[in-house]
Design a protein. Structure first.
Ligand code: A3P
Length: 272
């Protein structure tokens, strides 16, 4: 249980808890955990162990910045503190609140093909429901209602990147938001991490030797400080095979939103 010894009780001399200089704001199922764990390889980065949900949950936000800071790890002055809460990206309030805390903060946003993200989101909820002995439905029955796409489905709404981005761009300039390609991070993590090092103005310290491909898991795992570790088993789960017509409906729905998003960020992605 990662929260048990957290926050650590012993303060190493010369360290302090600091409010993050960079935040991974989402998107849920984009690969936020992989990004955080991989950035943690860097000696100048320290990461918050848990999802803090400070800016998106009112019951936490009212506790104030000291409460928030107390959840951050101890760091030296030359280190950057990073927290990740995937819910920030789709929250209507997080952007404004983060801006109020630090208007020059550097934001990291990891995105994945929106249709793939819906399926991943569904898969996570499916397993959560199974564990809690709640009834589950096949994905097609949730995505399609009365023959039409169920655009009210939360997982679909979370994949409308243009709508969420519009809100962030009200508060932050585009050069403050670095977008990590989550599909590329899965296949070849290092180049994506090197771009993040540059964005954070850090010296390049993440190396090819920090990754190895684990055949059993089917994903890259991390080698750092003499240890090898893969992400938790809930990360990188097999997805259900989705009916082709449904897939096409999802892709068609996202197409215009994706193009809109590409225009907003002056960059395109290999989304279907
Ligand atoms: P799936 O489990 O659907 O494949 P998040 O941490 O934001 O919830 O994102 C989870 C997703 O991270 C996983 O979704 C997986 O595809 C992706 N991912 C990226 N790199 C990974 C890695 N090295 N190991 C496991 N999952 C990884």
């Amino acid at each position: 249980n990662e929260t048990e010894n957290y926050p650590p009780q012993v303060k190493p001399p010369g360290t302090n808890r600091r409010i993050p200089q960079s935040i991974i704001i989402g998107v849920r199922k984009g690969g936020t955990r992989a990004l955080l764990e991989m950035l943690d390889i860097h000696p100048n980065i320290v990461v918050a162990a848990t999802e803090v949900h400070f800016f998106d949950w009112d019951e936490n936000y009212v506790k104030g910045f000291d409460w928030y800071k107390n959840l951050m790890p101890f760091s030296y002055e030359h280190q950057i503190t990073v927290e990740k809460t995937p819910g920030y990206f789709t929250s209507p309030l997080a952007a404004e609140r983060i801006h109020e805390m630090n208007s020059s903060i550097k934001l990291l946003l990891i995105l994945r093909d929106p249709t793939e993200r819906v399926i991943s989101d569904y898969t996570q909820v499916y397993y959560n429901r199974l564990e809690n002995r709640k009834p589950v439905q096949v994905i097609e029955d949730i995505v399609i209602r009365n023959g039409a796409l169920n655009t009210k489905y939360k997982a679909i709404q979370r994949s409308l990147y243009d709508l969420h981005m519009e809100n962030w761009l009200k508060y932050f300039s585009l050069d403050q938001i670095h977008i990590v390609d989550g599909d590329t991070l899965i296949k070849d993590p290092l180049p994506e991490l090197q771009k993040v090092e540059k964005f954070l103005s850090l010296p390049p310290r993440i190396m090819p030797s920090n990754f190895y491909f684990n055949q059993t898991k089917g994903f890259y795992c991390i080698r750092s400080d003499g240890r090898e570790r893969c992400l938790h088993e809930s990360k990188g789960r097999p997805h259900p095979v989705v009916n082709n017509t449904v897939l096409e409906q999802l892709r068609a729905y996202f197409r215009e939103h994706n193009n809109n998003f590409y225009r907003m960020v002056n960059r395109s992605f290999n989304w279907h």
